[in-house]
Design a protein around this ligand. Sequence first.
Ligand SMILES: Cc1ncc(COP(=O)(O)O)c(C=O)c1O
Length: 495
Amino acid sequence: MASRSDQGETPYLDALLEYAGRDPARLHVPGHKGGPGAAPALLDAIGERALALDIPALTQGIDTGADPTPFQRSQDLAARAYGAARSWFLINGASQGNHVALLALAHAGDSVVVQRNAHSSTVDGCILAGLTPTFVSPEVDGELGIAHCLTPEALDRALTETPQAVGASAVSPTYFGAVADVAGLAEAAHAHGVPLVVDEAWGAHLAFHEALPAHALSLGADLVVSSTHKIVGSLTQSAIVHLGEGASGRIDEDVVDRAVTLVESTSPSALLLASLDAARQLAATRGRELLGETIAAMVAIRAAVREIEGLDVLDERLVGATGVHGYDPLRLAIDVRGTGASGYDVATLLHDQADINLELAGENVMVGVFGMAEPAAAQGERLVAALRQVVVTLGDRGDRTREAFAPPPPWGELVLSPREAFLGPQEVVCAQDAAGRIAAESLAAYPPGIPNVLPGERLTAETLDYIRTALEHGGSLRGASDRRLSTVRVVAKAG
Ligand SMILES: Cc1ncc(COP(=O)(O)O)c(C=O)c1O
């Protein structure tokens, strides 16, 4: 097992470099052969060095050979850095992590409690695993029109109402930076004898600075899905799933291992895996210093944004609101209501006028993401200057701060499991004729992005009207095969 003092090492990356450096005869895949067989345009774009390190799995001295192989050591180092019993590198993002989590839970039964606004990969995990979800609503901020986190009380109620549930899945932090009371959620789940999965896709950095909200593994979560590429800086698509130190007896390590393999290519990208090795090394050895700089820069950026007429920011003032136990300062969530414009309009102007591209824009709030090691102060200055200009361009449009946000109607009855609805016979019908039918796809009006309909649920006229109104007001529709909602994919009628 790796020790804490080994965190400066990058065994997997080193093994790749060693292999590439020896100029081996590559009578194996990939066909570009480390560069000579690559398309010239690709070679030109990403360079010979990246191609030379694109080495296949099952290569002696890298991930096969004497135990522990460099690959195993690298995963062990990640487990140590995060305080996990075991960690698995993933090459299909936190999406794969959620698929793994649901497949692992399905070994114990066929019912699970899921936060309603979970990422689509969690619902897809239910489809893959054949789990029937009982949904539990997160707290919705009626002023901002965004969802916060699940409360332990809401989870406890849902688990009491679903005694057959074999686990619970919650999201923390949210897109907007709200962090859940994970210790309370874990306590609630464990009191019902089931494991807690936390989708910490947005929190892979939390373990590395004491000024940040505590990370889910340290608070008793059993399985934690971490999208390392989002903020810690590994390559896009790379992620980690961690098994908690206390998970034994609730989640079987071998089952997780099998689930990882089941939803993974047999040709994982060495570049993605090496990027996880290097990102873990950076976070474990210099994360505290780098995050300290970023956190300080974010304080200054928030203060400067708040000084711009019509703009406000989300920050630790939110903590204490129902469903907000902590706040992640690496997210810059800007409340634009005071400008009279929507977040879509402001984001478009930022793009058009200054080539500033945000992570997300909604009706009231837009979000910029800052990475662990980026020069945040300089990025912030550029953003603030552009926002000042955008507000001038917008002119005086009045203030929408007092406008109420219409809450979505209740979701429809779950008639079939998501898997049955997804795999069964389907047809496409006019949205006007869809009320009463069973949805075969998800529909989520944004804002606030909480799915209004999931596969297997009965469509209601109220919900279809709500989505139509949201679209007419400039909102968007996620998950649907027809993003304008002229048609909906539904379960075919029998006979
Ligand atoms: C909460 C949450 N979970 C999971 C994911 C999926 O992550 P990835 O893109 O790494 O597959 C996302 C993506 O944005 C997310 O927001």
